[in-house]
Write a protein that binds this ligand. Structure first.
Ligand code: SAM
Ligand code: ZN
Length: 278
């Protein structure tokens, strides 16, 4: 399993797995939840202003991914994963996925690397679904905006797919040859739907800003790819797309949406590859 580090304030000792849980040399102990994930949440993390996605958004995302709408995105990411695979078949690269959500991307991208994979999310509902879906991975309930549960320079890949991007911590945990893969929604993502709901679709390109944020922490930009595709959504899929995108749709908007039986919608994401650099 992915080697985790203690998250008790200022401790940072490696965690060793024993029958009844994870232990650090300072005597801190974490139980495994019955669903198979580890809760490394500290009391101060629970008071976070942003407790992760609401259950409804997590479940909508789960149904959305089950319908296969991210298959093209997964395939676009795959070459970067393959290029960063280990040359030595005995060594499994270590990957940490920040804001892994309901966990579909883990097995889709790292099926042969379960021992090296760790998904982190702050939503209990999401991490439970993830652990149930792929028990071979390591799943951690933690706040990725605080200290990450990994030792310095110990991770080969940091992944953030529409997830968290704690720049200084990403830099700290990456090994010298480590890479970071980030996905953010593209300008045109769900634009037709956003036009309906907001009356005016707001286009904005975020990826260059994300590169700036991560470069400021020491990461080096390597490559950008744009993924875009058109899909036909039925009423249920439209409802899920909205639930996973907006915190809540107002009643007047809900009525407008109910009149949309089906719709062709653009899906788009900007994918960024960075490396730790020296
Ligand atoms: C848009 S979802 C993306 C999930 C997944 N990567 C995917 O693409 O399906 C963002 C995720 O980040 C999680 N999240 C939000 N704040 C977080 C934090 N501080 N630490 C860890 N995860 C967080 C949410 O709970 C949610 O699952
Ligand atoms: Zn400890």
């Amino acid at each position: 399993m992915f080697e985790l580090r203690c998250t008790v304030r200022n401790c940072r000792e490696p965690l060793q797995q024993r029958e009844s849980g994870l232990f650090c040399a300072a005597g801190h102990h974490f139980d495994r939840a019955k669903e198979g994930y580890w809760s490394l949440l500290q009391p101060q993390d629970r008071r976070s202003k942003n407790p992760g996605d609401a259950d409804a958004a997590v479940l909508a995302r789960h149904r959305w991914l089950e319908r296969g709408y991210a298959a093209g995105l997964t395939e676009t990411l795959r070459p970067w994963i393959a290029d960063s695979a280990s040359a030595d078949p005995e060594t499994v690269p270590r990957t940490i996925d920040l804001g892994c959500g309901e966990g579909s991307f883990g097995p889709a991208l790292f099926l042969d690397e379960a021992d090296g994979y760790c998904g982190v999310d702050l939503s209990k509902r999401a991490i439970k679904l993830a652990a149930r879906g792929w028990p071979a991975g390591t799943w951690v309930l933690a706040n990725a905006d605080r200290t990450l549960p990994a030792a310095d320079a110990s991770v080969d890949r940091v992944i953030s797919l529409f997830g968290r991007r704690p720049a200084a911590e990403i830099y700290r945990v990456l090994s010298e040859t480590g890479i970071c893969i980030v996905a953010v929604p593209g300008e045109e993502d769900l634009i037709e739907l956003r036009e309906q709901v907001q009356q005016a679709g707001h286009r904005r390109s975020r990826w260059e800003m994300v590169v700036d944020e991560l470069s400021a922490a020491g990461l080096e930009f390597v490559e950008h790819k744009h993924w875009q595709q058109s899909v036909d959504l039925d009423t249920d899929a439209i409802a899920d797309a909205l639930a996973m995108t907006y915190r809540g749709v107002r009643h007047s908007q809900q009525t407008r949406l109910e009149s949309l039986a089906a719709m062709t919608v653009t899906l788009a994401a900007d994918l960024i590859l960075l490396r730790r650099g020296s």
